[in-house]
Ligand binder design. Sequence first.
Ligand SMILES: O=C(O)CCC(=O)C(=O)O
Length: 328
Amino acid sequence: MYTSTFPNVTTDKIVDSLHQKGFFVFEEALTEQYIDELLQEINFNQILVNANDVGVVIAKHQKFLTHCLAKSKKAYDLITSPQILEICENYFQDRYVLINHRIYQTQKISHMPWHTDNNRQVGRQLSSKHDMPGLLFLFYLSDVTKNPFQLVKDSHLWSHKHNHEIYLSDAFIEKKYQKDVINFTLKKGSLILCNIHAVHRAEPFKDNTYTRNTLLFQVDQVGSNVIGHGEKNLVNTEFIDNINPKIMNYLGFGYKTDYPAFPNTSISTLTLQDLISLHRQLLALTLKSSAKNLALSLLPGEIIIQIKRILWNWKSKQINTEKIKDIK
Ligand SMILES: O=C(O)CCC(=O)C(=O)O
């Protein structure tokens, strides 16, 4: 999972950097092989449409797998890895919980506003900014040459002055903080960690040929009084081979969460190109389904059952032949 150089940096050093600068960065923390296998588990080409599963959805020019702890063992292992838990354990002073996580693919165009992530919500709506400590983890799952993560240096110290605003305007940051903007143009596998109170964004870009893959998750120190803060963590129990009280607390066992999964998607968040492609698939399916329905309405029930029996026997024979071939 982690490259051989990642253990060279101590948790103390990471936490010191977070306290002093509000961020920490490590280039190529993850191995290429681990990332490629993780991306295979996700399969950004398979999109959920009336599928009874957890999987990828589309929000305009971004594809999201929100429930990665339920879909990808590699994502589960990374998000719950001892290195991540140790950073949290050393950084936070009270109970901390994984409050959201997602893997996303950004394509072609994006214009993200400058913002902080210390958000309380009512439903999907930002209701207020909070003052709980929190950490944002970002792993680049592709080389990031465009659309890098950007952070305004030392902004975690002054961002509270803008708690009444949802975003900060591009013009405001350009005018007052242009020289303080740090660009994280880094290789695949890099880790960026930052204080959630820091002002940040992904730099806007437009390029039809460019794609960026990212794993992001946020851990906030909710303590013992806060309830409802966070999205639900759906976990595939098959993945849980490392359970202990620390991981249970981190994953929020028994902790109530009120926020809906991010982002909010539906058929209407597909791009025109995705809609056209879906229409094509639907047309083919509609024709096939109409022919099937017509046949079923014309045939007597007894005949349909006979056909089902013949098909089942034929498929079973095929499976058995394949099994025999495998044994040989
Ligand atoms: O992808 C990025 O670089 C930043 C993402 C981010 O800030 C967010 O989703 O809140």
